[in-house]
Write a protein that binds this ligand. Structure first.
Ligand code: DQA
Length: 153
């Protein structure tokens, strides 16, 4: 593992369209804006960051598998795949890493089909409804999870 523990931040389908996509729900920031804010936050927390987005389920699964032994934790906004992908849940379980799930919107205030996510079954915690701030809070939580794990080891 690198000198600083690194966190993989994964973004699922359609999140590349942030800023243009339903801004009344998802806000006006682009994914690049969020990536930059995450990089600054991770630096302050003494963490390395690998920030990625894919519209392809298989690619997200491969990246999740590859995180095992390579990264110290995963922050994931699985987007629509959270509601549908048992395979992505399985990959998160394969990683054996602490996972924090993030949603920009409050999925519990939205359509019933958004209330359940398979991926949350692999998550230590979930943050939703706080917009892009959720990613930064997730990184803070992850820094603590990594520290606690180290303290226990
Ligand atoms: C989302 C919520 C999901 O229901 C939706 O499919 C998304 C984005 C969010 O960040 O609020 O694509 O994960």
């Amino acid at each position: 593992m690198a000198k600083h523990p690194t966190v993989l931040v994964l973004n699922g389908p359609n999140l590349n369209m942030l800023g243009q996509r339903q801004p009344e729900i998802y806000g006006r920031e682009s994914l690049d804006d969020i990536a930059k804010a995450c990089a600054a936050k991770a630096k302050g927390l003494g963490l390395g960051l690998d920030f990625r987005q894919s519209n392809h389920e298989g690619e997200l699964i491969t990246w999740t598998q590859d995180a095992r032994g390579r990264h110290a934790g995963i922050v994931i906004n699985p987007a629509g795949y959270g509601h549908s992908s048992i395979a992505l849940l399985d990959a998160l379980l394969v990683s054996e890493l602490p996972v924090v799930e993030v949603h920009l919107s409050n999925i519990h205030r939205r359509e019933p089909f958004r209330h359940h996510t398979y991926t949350s079954q692999a998550a230590t915690g979930i943050i939703c409804g706080l917009g892009s701030q959720g990613y930064l809070l997730a990184l803070e939580a992850m820094a603590n999870l990594i520290k606690t794990k180290k303290a226990r080891a």
